[in-house]
Write a protein that binds this ligand. Structure first.
Ligand SMILES: Cc1cc2nc3c(=O)[nH]c(=O)nc-3n(C[C@H](O)[C@H](O)[C@H](O)COP(=O)(O)OP(=O)(O)OC[C@H]3O[C@@H](n4cnc5c(N)ncnc54)[C@H](O)[C@@H]3O)c2cc1C
Length: 406
């Protein structure tokens, strides 16, 4: 079995950016493995213009952006239709291809870049019938943009993260009426004025404090039942789009030797993108739900730099590290570990998220001593950046990020 320098798992923005950067850094023995028929990742099926500013300094549609990314990686060994089925220590990757069958591919370093997926209806505990016409945004985009299929005519969109607004644009592109967008919380999850965009530009009612109670229909969706202001209502529709509630794509990792973080749902990493097995690195939305393509791309590039440093023996030993604890209402902080000596820190890292809105003081505390503190209002699903000046440079025995509500 031939051992490559680097094997990259996933050819989305993170995996492709890493591949291009590694080649630029002189690491040519590279293989990228991708289960789809073409490289590019999620943007391949996001038809709207929401990509490319950070990377190519111009707005691009998802497919155009994916083509640019793949073009930049021309000459690199990208193996499509190759699904990773397992990973093992020593950089061993098990794959299967529809024609050539199963194989094992090994890397001195392996970069995990599997991305995220949305939570489908099956795991959301929505009661009612099981008719056809229920999708996630990703599946809807594949129908509309890749297969040019109109899966329904009148849809209800569940959720109000940014991707829910992508779903509205996809529905419009596919000639499908969006009957309503519903959100359980008292306000939309995406930043304002997204709901004004939905209401005024697209004419879609945005119903906050509204719960989806049940889906009705025998063969096809016929209606949804919602609960609003303590009353039940029925909305007639033939499609339901579940949006957001992203989870890192960890089906492979959950069965592996790597440590996963309960907060992010992704692999636990240190500030050099190293997993609990230091031959494995991770970047992009696999790390946490969910950032833009531009962020995933920049992370892939940064991780490539650290992989090159790993080969050059410049990374600190992964064993001298401290776990970073996050306490409620913070859901998580990543990276989850800091390895010493810390060296240069990446502004792409040290991010936190919270599960609910709160006001108070955010603090970084090392060995019982406060390194940084700021009064702030935190909102669910908004990225909180921790200042690099608040991260200890010399070895500490304990490190935590705390939020004291006031
Ligand atoms: C429905 C949806 C809509 C989105 N809309 C936007 C948007 O409009 N703008 C924006 O900036 N971001 C959007 N995002 C966020 C999106 O995740 C990022 O834009 C970006 O694609 C993240 O890049 P990535 O490389 O981390 O992951 P991905 O783009 O998800 O790439 C991961 C790649 O890994 C491959 N893969 C996964 N498992 C395996 C396996 N077992 N074997 C082999 N290959 C595998 C996948 O096929 C995929 O190509 C959206 C996400 C979703 C799910």
């Amino acid at each position: 079995m031939r051992v490559h320098d680097v094997v990259i798992l996933g050819a989305g923005p993170a995996g492709l950016a890493a591949a291009v950067r590694l080649a630029e850094l002189g690491i040519k023995d590279l293989v990228v493995l991708e289960r789809e028929g073409e490289p590019g990742g999620v943007p391949r099926h996001c038809g709207h213009v929401a990509f490319g500013l950070r990377e190519f300094h111009r707005p691009l549609s998802g497919p155009a952006y994916a083509r640019r990314l793949a073009g930049a990686a021309a000459g690199i060994d990208i193996r499509t239709r190759t699904t990773v089925t397992a990973i093992e220590p020593d950089g061993r990757v098990y794959v299967v291809h529809p024609e050539s069958g199963p194989a094992i591919i090994s890397g001195r370093a392996v970069l995990l870049a599997f991305g995220v997926r949305e939570t489908p209806r099956s795991t959301r505990l929505i009661s009612g019938d099981r008719p056809a016409g229920i999708t996630t945004t990703g599946a809807l985009q594949q129908f509309v943009y890749l297969s040019r299929i109109r899966p329904f005519k009148r849809a209800v969109v569940v959720g109000s993260e940014l991707v829910a607004f992508s779903a509205l644009l996809t529905l419009r592109h596919g000639g499908i009426e969006a009957v309503a967008m519903i959100e359980e919380g008292a306000r939309i999850t995406a930043r304002q004025p997204s709901d004004w965009f939905a209401r005024l530009a697209l004419g879609v009612p945005v119903l906050t404090s509204t719960k989806l109670v049940a889906i009705r229909g025998l063969e096809r969706v016929e209606a949804v039942e919602i609960e609003r202001d303590g009353r039940c209502q029925t909305i007639a529709c033939d499609g339901v789009v579940f949006t957001g509630r992203f989870r890192p794509e960890t089906a492979i990792l959950a069965r592996s030797h790597l440590v996963l973080d309960a907060g992010t749902g992704g692999p636990s990493i240190d500030q050099h993108w190293r997993c609990s097995d230091p031959a494995f690195f991770a970047a992009g939305n696999l790390l946490r739900p969910v950032e833009t393509a531009g962020v995933a791309w920049a992370e892939g590039k940064a991780a490539a730099g650290d992989i090159a440093d790993f080969f050059a023996g410049k990374l600190p030993p992964a064993v001298a590290s401290v776990a970073i604890k996050a306490s409620a209402p913070l859901k998580y902080v990543y990276p989850q570990r800091l390895s010493f000596p810390t060296g240069a820190l990446s502004p792409l890292l040290f991010k936190a998220r919270t599960s609910r809105a709160a006001k108070g003081y955010m603090r970084v505390v090392a060995d019982g001593r406060e390194l940084w503190s700021r009064r702030m209002t935190i909102l669910p699903e908004r990225r909180l950046a921790l200042p690099l000046s608040g991260i200890p440079r010399a070895e500490v025995a304990s490190l935590s990020v705390e939020f004291e509500e006031t």
